[in-house]
Design a protein around this ligand. Structure first.
Ligand code: ASP
Ligand code: MG
Length: 494
């Protein structure tokens, strides 16, 4: 039989599945999507309930340190949280009992994973993978709740209990403290085979697959994760493996905004954004999309939509191959706590043949440059995170003869991002003028096709962000209150 296997991946984050009532809301979004016959069939990817991965990693740490009482208290709280959500979601006694039995089995398996971690720690073995095996249970629990909720809402759904994502065997790092989870790399063709095997038969039967985000299985057979906050990334890995039409990331904000709304009160929601703009935005500090999220799907031109679980009437932001096709800035963002490192030849005539050596040394100190700002015959400057500056400088001073190394701390990068930004000669001019009017000096700057980056003192960065946003994106119109005629009369009488 030929059946339609076009799908959309819908991914729900930790806050979206944070308690029973929220999971019910997620279920109603899924059922609504099923009813819209214009959208492809949904494949759902979910995070652990908010706070649960932290809790599992605390359990792992306590276990490794022999603090078993503390670990079992956390386990108790974890169980309570899921049972409470299950009871909110499923009122009918038979179905509820079935869900509770299913959760019970999951908790038994989790307890077994904790015992295995404990044994590994006691034998002084590497605990990275046994820790991941514990951390993986957050998503394995939440899929059971979400699948039950969708069934309660009247649609057929099934929790996908096997990991879809296949990863390489992660390298172990004995320097990592206890309770840090591994971030393994997905393998595309193995993952695709798994997605075909685990997801497509469900889609063919019109059963909504509810799959765990964040987790995978190594090619060597161990449970693993894609690293903290990796569930957006896992959704696009799964989406690419299924050749989906779109990946929708449901979160707790309306989409991608023109600036951080906590700092800029009139930040606007962007309807559209290009991959390049989104990548730049996340590099320079915006938190909406995990930087790796676009990697699996951008080469296939699959768009990602970011939208709000709690305000589903808002269509959100689509990040795709093309942006808004407008000149000027699309968004402004700031990345703070940076240091500018300058390497200069002492005789003014040296050539930066050793640029590669400089960057290799910086990388060796664990500090890839955040941005490279300028270079001329005998001079090279770049930004690193402030906390890494000391070790970079020490290494450079030690290894470079005849070169002077200076550092200026306390800086921030204000990125004016837009695909048409530098093509329009007025936009960069408007940006520097905006800062000049506010008497904010520009320490240095960088430019690319995607916009310009102005480096300012960190203490000026919020003011810089506001004035750039005001002059390049959305003027702040002073609020004039018009009194109703009746009100005025009343005030005169008073
Ligand atoms: N639950 C995982 C974490 O908290 C993955 C995610 O939510 O993105 O890191
Ligand atoms: Mg999370």
């Amino acid at each position: 039989m030929e059946y339609d296997c076009t799908v959309n991946v819908l991914k729900f984050g930790g806050t979206s599945v944070g308690n029973g009532a929220r999971i019910a809301q997620v279920a109603s979004i899924i059922v609504q999507t099923l009813q819209e016959n214009t959208t492809p069939f949904p494949v759902v990817v979910v995070s652990a309930m908010s706070g649960v991965t932290d809790q599992l990693l605390r359990i792992a740490r306590h276990t490794c340190l022999g603090e078993h009482e503390a670990a079992s208290q956390e386990q108790h709280a974890l169980r309570h949280k899921h049972i409470e959500a299950a009871e909110t979601l499923v009122p009918e006694s038979e179905r509820r009992a079935e869900l509770l039995r299913d959760l019970d089995q999951a908790f038994t398996s989790l307890a077994q994973a904790i015992v295995e971690l404990r044994q590994a720690a006691e034998r002084n073995q590497d605990v990275a993978l046994p820790t991941a095996a514990v951390a993986a249970w957050g998503e394995r629990l939440s899929i059971r709740l979400v699948a039950a909720a969708v069934r309660e809402a009247g649609a057929s759904a099934e929790a996908v209990r096997e990991e879809i994502i296949v990863t390489s065997h992660p390298q172990s790092d004995p320097a990592q403290p206890f309770g840090i989870v591994v971030g393994a790399d997905p393998l595309a063709s193995e993952t695709r085979a798994n997605a075909d095997r685990l997801i497509k038969p469900l889609v063919a039967r019109r059963v909504v697959p509810i799959a765990p985000g964040f987790i995978g299985r190594t090619i060597t057979g161990f449970a693993t994760t894609l690293g903290r906050n990796g569930s957006d990334y896992s959704a696009t890995v799964i989406g690419a493996a299924l050749d989906c039409t779109e990946v929708t990331i449901y979160t707790d904000v309306d989409g991608v905004l023109t600036a951080d709304p906590r700092l800029v009160s009139n930040a606007r929601l962007l309807a559209q954004l290009s991959y390049a703009e989104a990548a730049r935005l996340s590099w320079f500090g915006a938190k909406v999309l995990h930087p790796r999220t676009l990697i699996p799907i951008a080469p296939r031109n699959i768009p990602v939509r970011v939208r709000n679980t709690f305000r589903p009437h808002i269509r959100g932001t689509v990040v795709g191959p093309v942006g808004r096709s407008q000149s000027g800035a699309t968004a402004i963002t700031t990345r703070r706590k940076l240091a500018l490192i300058t390497v200069e030849s002492v005789d003014m005539f040296g050539a930066p043949e050793n640029a590669s050596q400089v960057f290799a040394l910086a990388a060796g100190a664990g500090a890839a440059p955040v941005a490279i700002c300028s270079s001329s015959g005998h001079h090279l400057s770049f930004l690193v995170e402030e906390q890494a500056a000391d070790s970079v400088i020490a290494l450079l001073r030690h290894d470079l003869d005849n070169w002077k190394v200076c550092c200026r701390r306390g800086l921030a990068a204000c990125a004016c991002i837009g695909s048409g930004f530098t093509a329009d000669p007025m936009s960069p001019a408007r940006a520097t003028t905006a800062l000049a009017h506010e008497r904010i000096p520009v320490v240095t700057q960088g430019a690319s096709e995607q916009g310009i980056t102005l480096i300012v003192e960190d203490r000026d960065s919020e003011r810089a962000l506001r004035c750039l946003h005001r002059d390049l994106i959305a003027p702040v119109i002073p609020l004039v209150r018009h009194e109703a005629p009746g009100q005025k009369k009343k005030r005169l009488e008073a």
